[in-house]
Design a protein around this ligand. Structure first.
Ligand code: ADP
Length: 263
């Protein structure tokens, strides 16, 4: 059997097919009742880049990921992914554009009644129409990558939180998304399990061309993987730049205060 046609990822091509802008939010406003969480927010992410959102709790970071995942709708503005509008857009288009996006949540959200293997193959088979054999072969490669080959037949409850999160990462990647959204993926883990999950993500960031948009309180991880760090405060980006700049020479007082509290 040939191995190279079944690589778990699209490796970085010579000329990245998706070079240029992959995600664009324009004038996005999101309110909950009379609380404006995001206020005419603009930002974009280029294909293949790793962008980390930092800032105090409640500043709107997770709301952005949830908007991109279409778990929420903006009240105003437009969201574009890979040149196609995600909002506003007809339902059929939303479903197509959403296939380009994978998300890993704080609470893993695995299907409790399915084995590890089935958790990973379910969506590729039912949503992408992949054959069961192909989906299983890919799931095995992804499980090897996240170090869980021995657990393929287990159910989520038989795994540690760190192992469950690594299954959730494999499950997201099984859909071959162009962008991976990571929402505080280590926050629910016991401290000794955090490093294993972050190592898997570092490996993915290094060895694939997937675009990552990441909300995290793990500042060392953010420093390692990010091309750009966006500092949020009250639903606005108050400072943006390379990690060396944001972490070593922040310009804004709020950034300095935030970093001194979390570092
Ligand atoms: P962060 O990720 O920066 O901690 P969030 O995006 O989770 O911030 O939340 C931003 C604000 O929106 C918070 O004040 C939060 O309480 C509020 N919020 C988030 N989701 C909802 C919701 N479904 N209903 C009401 N308020 C919400």
């Amino acid at each position: 059997m040939s191995t190279d046609t079944h690589a778990p990822f699209e490796k970085k091509p010579e000329t990245p097919a998706g070079s240029g802008e992959l995600i664009r939010l324009e004038q996005v406003t999101k309110r909950f009742g009379d609380h404006t969480v995001l206020d005419h927010l603009d930002f974009s992410v280029d294909a293949g880049k790793h962008v980390t959102l930092i800032g105090p709790s409640g500043s709107g970071k997770t709301t952005i990921l949830r908007l991109l995942m279409t778990l929420l709708k903006p009240d105003e503005g437009t969201i574009t992914v890979a040149g196609e509008q995600l909002f506003p857009a007809p339902e059929k288009q939303v479903r197509e554009v959403r296939k380009k996006i994978g998300m890993v949540f704080q609470q893993f959200n695995l299907f409790p009644n399915m084995t590890v293997l089935r958790n990973i193959t379910e969506a590729p088979v039912t949503v992408l129409g992949m054959s069961k054999d192909e989906a299983e072969e890919r799931a095995r490669e992804l499980l090897e990558m996240v170090g869980l080959t021995d657990h393929i037949g287990k159910h989520p409850a038989q795994l540690s939180g760190g192992q469950q999160q690594r299954v959730a990462i494999a499950r997201a990647l099984a859909m071959r998304p162009q962008v991976l959204l990571l929402d505080e993926v280590t926050s629910a883990l016991d401290p000794e399990l955090v490093a294993g999950v972050l190592d898997v993500l570092r490996d993915i960031a290094r060895s694939t061309d997937i675009t990552m948009l990441c909300v995290t309180h793990e500042m060392n991880f953010a420093r390692d993987i990010s091309d750009q760090v966006l500092m949020f405060d009250s639903g606005r980006i108050i400072e943006a730049g390379a990690p060396e700049k944001i972490f070593s020479e922040p310009e804004h007082d709020r950034t300095r205060e935030f970093l001194s509290a979390v570092l």
